[in-house]
Structure formats: structure tokens, C-alpha cells
Design a protein around this ligand. Sequence first.
Ligand code: GDP
Ligand code: MG
Length: 302
Amino acid sequence: MRSGFVALVGRPNVGKSTLVNALVGTKVAITSPRPNTTRHRILGVLHQGDDAQVVFVDTPGVHRPRSALGTRLNETAADALCDVDLIVAVVDATAAVGPGDRTVLERAVGHVHGGGDGAAAGLIVVVNKVDRAREDQVLERLAEVHEAVDALAGPAGLPAPGAEYFPVSARTGRGVAELRTHLVDRVPEGPPFFPPDVVTDTPEALWVAELVREQLLARTRDELPHAITCRVTEWEWPHIRVEIIVERDSQKAIVIGKGGEVLKAVGTAVREALPEGAYLDLHVTVERRWQNRAEMLDRLGY
Ligand code: GDP
Ligand code: MG
């Protein structure tokens, strides 16, 4: 039996969560076209019979923080790189490799090179969204990212690590099977970490709050997606009360919608993803500047 932890890192929006869902084959992380959708370390467990178990660690995107929340998200992403067996750095095929990607690669290389306990054994670079790029763009991106990795000598003058490169589309599934096979082959010998029927460690209440936030992200724009956070405040099956927190009264009005239509649509969509009979009670409250208040971030589990 082989088993191991594989962390995915990258700039916001490159498709890390979509890729984890595709690799695991079950939706374990919410996704959206908005940056900073992932705010926690999310685990997704891939079971390959009695042969192997791969625990994928999805992380918030590494970015320049504009709030206390942003700083914590970067810390969560950085912590996730410790004590994993492999690191998958994800870049977007449709955009040139930029300074943000280089920061991500530098960190990843640092962890592969760290030496001693907790150093990852290998780096895999994924060029995602190949369905949206021309063949020559994909090749250009592969060359760019290869060059960027080679340019990164490790700490203490160590040579740049060898990396493997995979062009994939997390959305269409192209290249995902090859990547999955490679990762399964590279995790070390060891006992499984999770029972065979477990695909994630996300508690049910957090998952419902995440589904509500995913639906709100799909229906709001500009700065609003960042200003929203959700938590379950009551759980007495089938009765679930979810509190939606925003920063301003004007945002509260948008989240509720004309005649409550936005909330209603969110509730309907989330209920469809839950076991039959769930009763969702959605409440919107205003907490000024919650993204910059340490005690609020603590309470919200960030
Ligand atoms: P993350 O922030 O890196 O976790 O990115 P997400 O997984 O949330 O994806 C960000 C956006 O990119 C979403 O709208 C996804 O549907 C989209 N996306 C992810 N992977 C692909 C892909 O392979 N192709 C295309 N066209 N879009 C993708
Ligand atoms: Mg994500």
C-alpha cells in the first residue's frame, strides 16, 4: 500500500480547487470565477482500492493581501506546504507566467529543497485550462514555467529541483488521468490515513456554509464576493440556519435581492445539493470590517 499527502498551490483562480475535485472524482471544494474562493485548507481523498491513497490538500491562492483575512489566507496556503510528500504548483495556460507565479514556484521549490523532516519529495508543475489555450500557447507556457523553475536555485546554493510538467484541463478532464496516475505512483509506501469511504474531513456544517457562499459568489460581483462569509448557527436536522455576514447595509440589500429573489435562488440551489428534506433558513447580518478584525476572523475559523 502507498499513501501520501499532495498539496496544490498557485495564484488565486488558476483552478486548484477544480483540479482537486477532478482528481478525487467528487466535489470536495467549492469553486468560482472570483479570486480567493478557497479560504480553508480543504482535503480531498483519492482511494485506489488497496493499492494507494492520495490525500490532496487544496489551499487558498497565494496573493498580495489587502486585508487581515488575506494575510491569514496566505498563511494557510504556506502552512499547507509543510509535511506533504509532493507539491503540485498550478499555473494558468491562458496567462503569461508572472511575478505571482514565480513567488508560488519559489515557495514550492523551497519546500522541496528544505531538507530534513517535512521536506516534500518532489515538485509537479501543472499548466491548467489548456481547453482555453491554443496548442502553441500551451507549449509557450510549459517552456516559461520550466525556465522559471530552473532559474530558482534552492536555498544554500542547491541546484534547482527536477520537476515534472503536466498540461491539463481540470474542467474537461483532459490530462487529469495521466496526472493522477503519476501522483499515485509517486506517493511513498505507507498505511492509509482515512477509511475507504471518506473523501474529505470538512465538517458537514462548514460544507453547507461553503455551498451557500458558492451560490452567493455566482450571483454577486465586484468587491462583494470578498465581503461575504457564511456560517451555520443552528443545525437541527432537517432545520439548518445559515448566517450570511457582509460588511455594509448596501451589501446586505444586494445579497437579499429585490423581493428576496437572490436569497431564494441561493436557498433553492443549495437545497438541491443536500439530502432531501433539508430546510434552509438564510439570514443576512452586517459586521463592519469583519475581514480586518482579528477577533471576527478567529470566531469564523480563518
Ligand atoms: P482556484 O482559485 O485556483 O481554486 O480556482 P477555481 O478552481 O475556483 O477555478 C477558478 C475558475 O476557473 C472557475 O471559474 C473554474 O470553473 C475555472 N477553471 C478551473 N479549471 C479550468 C479549466 O481547466 N478550464 C477552464 N476553461 N476553466 C477552468
Ligand atoms: Mg480554490
